[in-house]
Design a protein around this ligand. Structure first.
Ligand code: C2O
Length: 548
């Protein structure tokens, strides 16, 4: 293993899309940002220098950060932001992970343009557990583009209490593609050779939408999700939620010499309100077997994507995910659980401020919550307060977790106005074996929530529709080869059960990765205490940790 050093210069850069130019925050002037390469076992040091006028912090999404919580990155959770003119060196080691992850800004909506892939190769000399070995590997990163400044979009939404303006385009590697006006010149093209296998490293960096993805006349073999190998399976359409990553194999087989094939991505949503239902297209291009020069026309084939609200297509796909669970890559599923929790996740509303003109339902203000607590970010970092023993006035350790009263979570109950604001953490002893059931509450219409846990991978041991049945559902849990990941969709009108082993001391954020829900408060934090041994304790903060 080696040390990989990077410098990220955060700066403002002019970018033109859809025939309009705006100034956005980028890393090193690139949108999307640079790819970070490492091998499993490597040590990584990224010096982030903030030349932009915004506060900034960077999260290494999915990196376990074992005993390196100070490098995790969410603003006001593990660090205070890097002020304009400041810098901070993120130092971490990649332990037991290989595949694709990504990095992104973790403050306000700046991740809209501040994001890039993390490619983790197996250790030198170690191959992939699947065949054939790819001829070429290509990051395919989905994003979302607004003509307006995204910071203005979210601050306006929070002020009015309503929903934010939806985006103007989805993108593949920053490019909206030919199905938008004035955008054909900004199309992602993948040139392939017949008979070769390509590995696409898919990343959903969109702010607010889960996406269906498909390539005309080609199948995709899923070999990995969230940097963990899975039992390979082949599909025509994938679903990928914001925060999730997946490696898929594409075998190039043209059905028509010289033809091109669209790869399309479009949202999956059950939201009743307004959303961006446009489609981004990239092109799979074959070398022309008999080039005839410019102006010749070749057919372009287009895939068929599921209906925008096709929840069954989503659960069919996620139901196929199984970890490899082999001798070489075992699945360390906690078989015995000592901490069980039940969380409701969903949207609700606050009564509006005094004579406000709130644009939420019935003149209320949108809120989102876990167990009816809408999380409020503190003004100092939770990890720092915890480490220095000064939690008073910063956070409370009484996160509620047993609201298991008889309640029809997935019917159409009245609008939930019981949401309270709070900065509450849930404390776990070192080494706890946790089972967590997350139940979607259809209080403003059933909606899928991609929940992301920092600091851990977890196993998805069960999922279902309707209300979780604490008596009968646990008997059906998969404790043998459940998929292991860091971001899971709580199904629309359903529940998901996960297990994880709390072997990483620190404060770990958990939140919906739809940025709009996160802004409304759909987030909480776990506080994992130190263990007894020196190698079970969070080390002291680095000296350059940004001050609050
Ligand atoms: Cu990728 Cu806390 O997020």
């Amino acid at each position: 293993s080696v040390t990989r050093q990077y410098q990220f210069d955060v700066q403002t850069t002019s970018v033109t899309r859809l025939c309009s130019t705006k100034s956005v925050v980028t890393v090193n002037g690139q949108y999307p940002g640079p790819t970070l390469f490492a091998r499993e076992g490597d040590h990584v040091e990224v010096k982030v220098v903030n030349h932009s006028p915004y506060n900034m912090s960077i999260h290494w999404h999915g990196i376990r950060q074992l005993l390196s919580g100070w490098a995790d990155g969410p603003s006001y959770i593990t660090q205070c932001p890097i002020r304009p003119g400041g810098s901070y060196v993120y130092r971490f080691t990649i332990v037991g992970q290989r595949g694709t992850l990504w990095w992104h800004a973790h403050i306000s909506w700046l991740r809209a343009t501040v994001h890039g892939p993390i490619v983790i190769l197996p250790p030198a000399g170690v191959g992939y557990p699947f065949v054939p070995a790819p001829h070429e590997e290509v990051p395919v990163m989905f994003g979302e583009w607004w003509r307006n400044d995204t910071e203005a979009v979210i601050s306006q939404a929070l002020q009015t209490g309503g929903g934010p303006n939806v985006s103007d385009a989805y993108t593949i590697n920053g490019l909206p593609g030919p199905l938008y006006n004035c955008s054909a010149q900004d199309t992602f093209k993948l040139k392939v050779k017949p008979g070769k296998t390509y590995m696409l490293r898919l990343i959903n960096a969109a702010l607010n939408d889960e996406l269906f993805f498909s390539i005309a006349n080609h199948t995709l073999t899923v070999v990995d999700v969230d940097a963990v190998y899975v039992k390979p399976f082949t599909v025509e359409t994938l679903i990928i939620a914001p925060g999730q990553t997946s490696n898929v194999l594409l075998t190039a087989k043209p059905t028509y010499p010289g033809a091109s094939y669209y790869m399309l991505a479009r949202p999956y949503t059950t939201t009743q309100g307004t959303f961006d239902n446009t489609t981004v297209a990239g092109v799979l291009e074959y070398e022309d077997p008999c080039p005839t020069g410019a102006g010749k026309s070749v057919p372009i084939f287009s895939p068929t994507l599921p209906q925008i609200n096709d929840t069954n297509a989503v659960s069919n796909f996620t139901g196929k995910l199984r970890s490899l669970a082999s001798a070489e890559y075992p699945a360390a599923v906690p078989q015995v659980v000592d901490h069980r929790f039940f969380f409701t996740v969903g949207l609700g509303t606050h009564p509006c401020a005094v004579n406000g003109t709130c644009q939420g339902p019935n003149g209320s203000r949108f809120a989102a919550s876990i167990n009816n607590v809408s999380f409020v970010l503190p003004t100092t970092a939770l990890l720092q307060s915890h480490f220095t023993g000064k939690s008073k006035g910063v956070y409370a350790s009484n996160f509620p977790y047993y609201p298991l009263q008889p309640f029809n979570y997935t019917g159409t109950p009245p609008n939930n106005t019981n949401v309270m604001n709070g900065t509450k953490v849930l404390v776990l002893p070192y080494g706890a074996n946790v089972e967590l059931v997350m139940q979607d509450t259809s209080i403003l219409g059933a909606e899928s929530h991609p929940l992301h846990l920092h600091g851990f991978n977890f196993f998805v041991v069960g999922q279902g529709f309707g209300n979780f049945d604490a008596v009968n559902d646990p008997a059906k849990f998969n404790l043998v080869d459940p998929v292991e990941r860091n971001t899971v969709g709580v199904p629309a009108g359903g529940w998901v059960a996960i297990r994880f082993h709390a072997d990483n001391p620190g404060v770990w954020f958990m939140h919906c990765h739809l940025e709009v829900h996160m802004s409304w408060g759909l987030k909480m934090a776990w506080l994992v205490q130190d263990g007894g041994r020196p190698d079970q304790k969070l080390p002291p903060p680095p000296l350059d940790l940004p001050k609050c």
